[in-house]
Design a protein around this ligand. Structure first.
Ligand code: ADP
Length: 373
């Protein structure tokens, strides 16, 4: 393999190998010494740290050098190429004297997850070949998540829309029975409310993902946020026989968007009320810890199992879909809380035990101005 060939490769495969090309190009001036310069040791040192899965293969199919990622993801096993598809691509590339490209999914190996690679096999000189696999797993995960989200939205919207259609038909058919019409219209109104809530939350979530609240950030008084959230949940808590209490550390301020923060805290309080039985207590509090503001919403309600705790922040994930729907839940509340927390440079954590209750803690950086108050 000549330095010239590797320089070309560098141009083909971008920054990592570009550096390799420049390095070799400088040394190309000393052409006679080139074969020693591109010693195997040099090649190994240059290729090993590359972020892509890269393997340089000799004409006798031996891997001369490979990046750490190529070994980790299974593109290279020992001194050979691992996946049979790549071995076939190698043969095709050699036979036709041209680059061969294909997208491959490599199965999970010991200690490494499955990866999606865009693989390019390029013949160079002396029968040597370079195999480069670009990791496309993140792109794939993103498009899968988006597809799932759209499928979930469609499913979630169909439920109230279907109910509204049926109820309208039923009300029409019962036109001569005012009591039945009254009942159907009451249910219709409830389904319309559910649809409205769902659409609002989908819009809220999309907005959160598209906009950065910190661009128009202001100092937000944490007590005011908590008071507003508690006020919004007071009636529903009382209707459910749940005691709602609040204790705040005065003067705490965070930087961000007050409406979004109020939405996040309200979602937590609404959940605490919705997933507690009559007679339960819900406590909302704020304090500072390690330069961060902690907003806690605790309940002694039904609790969440460890397995479910790992999934409740996912969009549309519900432990008990019927109970969630019965309380007007959409399965998006905690996902919105998580996004608001992250957009404000914070996070949200959950502690919970089945049958004992749950505590959700929203942690946000304290405003520097607030810290001086
Ligand atoms: P939902 O609209 O269904 O409440 P969320 O995203 O707000 O959706 O919450 C996801 C799920 O997490 C809920 O369906 C519920 O099963 C569970 N959950 C959330 N908060 C609590 C809580 N305080 N106690 C028990 N379960 C909860």
């Amino acid at each position: 393999m000549t330095p010239y060939a590797l320089a070309l490769l560098g141009l083909v495969f971008g920054a990592g190998l570009g550096a390799l090309a420049v390095w070799l190009g400088i040394r190309r001036a000393n052409a006679e010494a080139a074969s020693q310069i591109v010693s195997r040791q040099h090649l190994v040192e240059i290729v090993a740290p590359l972020r892509a899965a890269v393997a340089v293969v000799t004409d006798s199919d031996t891997v001369l050098a490979a990046s750490t990622f190529a070994k980790a993801c299974g593109l290279v096993r020992g001194s050979s190429l691992g996946p049979s598809e790549v071995v076939e691509m190698l043969a095709e590339s050699r036979a036709e004297g041209r680059a061969v490209e294909r997208d491959l999914r490599l199965p999970p190996g010991p200690g490494s997850p499955a990866v999606q690679l865009a693989v390019k096999v390029v013949p160079i000189s002396n029968g040597s070949t370079v195999v480069v696999g670009e990791d496309r797993s993140a792109d794939l995960r993103f498009s899968e998540t988006r597809r799932d989200f759209v499928a979930n939205i469609t499913h979630e919207l169909k439920t109230p829309i279907g109910a509204i259609t049926l109820l309208a038909e039923a009300a029409d058919a019962a036109a001569d029975d005012p009591d039945a019409v009254h009942t159907f219209l009451g249910k219709l109104s409830k389904e319309t409310g559910r649809l409205n809530e769902l659409v609002s939350q989908i819009i809220a979530l999309s907005r959160l993902q598209a906009e950065n609240p910190m661009l128009a950030a202001r100092d937000v008084d944490v007590t005011e946020v908590l008071e507003a959230s508690v006020a919004r949940c007071r009636a529903i808590a009382e209707a459910g026989g749940i005691t709602l209490s609040m204790s705040t550390q005065p003067g705490l301020k965070v930087v961000g968007d007050a409406d979004e923060l109020e939405t996040a805290v309200t979602n937590l309080v609404q959940n605490a009320v919705a997933y507690s039985e009559p007679g339960a207590r819900v406590a909302v509090s704020s304090r500072t810890a390690d330069g961060r503001v902690e907003i806690r919403v605790s309940d002694n309600g039904i609790g969440i199992s460890g397995t479910d705790q790992a999934r409740i922040f996912e969009r549309f994930y519900r432990v008990d879909a019927d109970r969630s729907r019965a309380s007007g839940g959409t399965g998006l509340g905690l996902s919105i809380v998580k996004h608001v927390a992250q957009a404000h440079g914070g996070d949200v954590a959950v502690w919970s035990r089945l049958g004992q209750g749950s505590t959700f803690t929203l942690r946000l950086p304290e405003s520097q101005e607030g810290a001086r108050v």
